[in-house]
Design a protein around this ligand. Structure first.
Ligand SMILES: [Fe+2]
Ligand SMILES: [Fe+2]
Length: 234
């Protein structure tokens, strides 16, 4: 399996929920956009730029409240949001959204900000896993888009100037080159978010076993104290 086809096998209920949620949204996107990849990219990139900003803000606020270091997570997440916004700024030069798509963008942003924030507050781990799975789908969609461009089913065109500047591409680059670098970005987000979910998982497992150890020690100390008291009485 190459780097692009990487898939995280669900390990527990939380992962299965994240994957099912992603597949459901993928089904909706496939039904609505079919092979209109440019339009699909515009609409979905408006949604993709939300989680990084929401998660970054929530960790920022938590860091302030708990006076705790964020271990570099905030910057990583805000960079992800910025990178996704640049995907949108690029594709807006490739496809112009219809009025219906603009309406969907407005509604989707409103719903998604609230839904993602709630999921993040309930289960930070699941929230990052969801983004990990979203990004797996993004890689897949851009591979399909690239295939259409390479086989000539969708006409290639010069890369938008904004993309040439942002990714430092050669001046003669085309849309194919842009789709490739964007797909690499998505693979990067996929790995970062799956990794964040794993880190949260490991942390909570360590915390749980530390709690169990603490409880056992307290029990032992209590028994010891009781024995000492009994001996005194005798
Ligand atoms: Fe993106
Ligand atoms: Fe992405």
């Amino acid at each position: 399996m190459n780097e692009l086809d990487k898939h995280f096998e669900p390990q527990n209920f939380s992962d299965k929920v994240a994957l099912a949620f992603t597949k459901f949204l993928r089904f909706l996107a496939d039904t609505f956009f079919k092979k209109r990849y440019g339009h699909r990219a515009v609409v979905l990139e408006t949604v993709a730029a939300v989680p990084g900003m929401v998660a970054g803000m929530l960790i920022h606020l938590k860091s302030l409240r708990k006076m705790e270091d964020d271990r570099g997570w905030i910057k990583t997440l805000l960079d992800e949001a910025e990178n996704e916004r640049m995907h949108l700024m690029t594709f807006i030069h490739v496809a112009k959204p219809t009025w219906l798509e603009r309406a969907i963008i407005l509604i989707a942003q409103f719903i998604f900000i609230i839904t993602y924030a709630i999921i993040y507050l309930i289960s930070q781990r699941t929230a990052h896993r969801i983004v990990g799975y979203f990004e797996e789908e993004a890689v897949r969609s851009y591979t399909e888009y690239l295939h259409e461009l390479e086989t000539g089913k969708i006409e290639d065109q010069p890369a938008p100037e904004i993309a040439i500047n942002y990714w430092n591409l050669p001046l003669h680059s085309t849309l194919k080159d842009v789709v490739k670098v964007i797909r690499d970005d998505e693979a990067g987000h996929r790995d970062v978010n799956h990794n964040f979910a794993d880190v949260i998982d490991t942390r909570s497992r360590i915390q749980k076993s530390a709690d169990i150890e603490k409880k056992e020690k307290m029990k032992k100390d209590e028994i010891k104290e009781n024995d000492q008291d009994l001996n005194k009485i005798k």
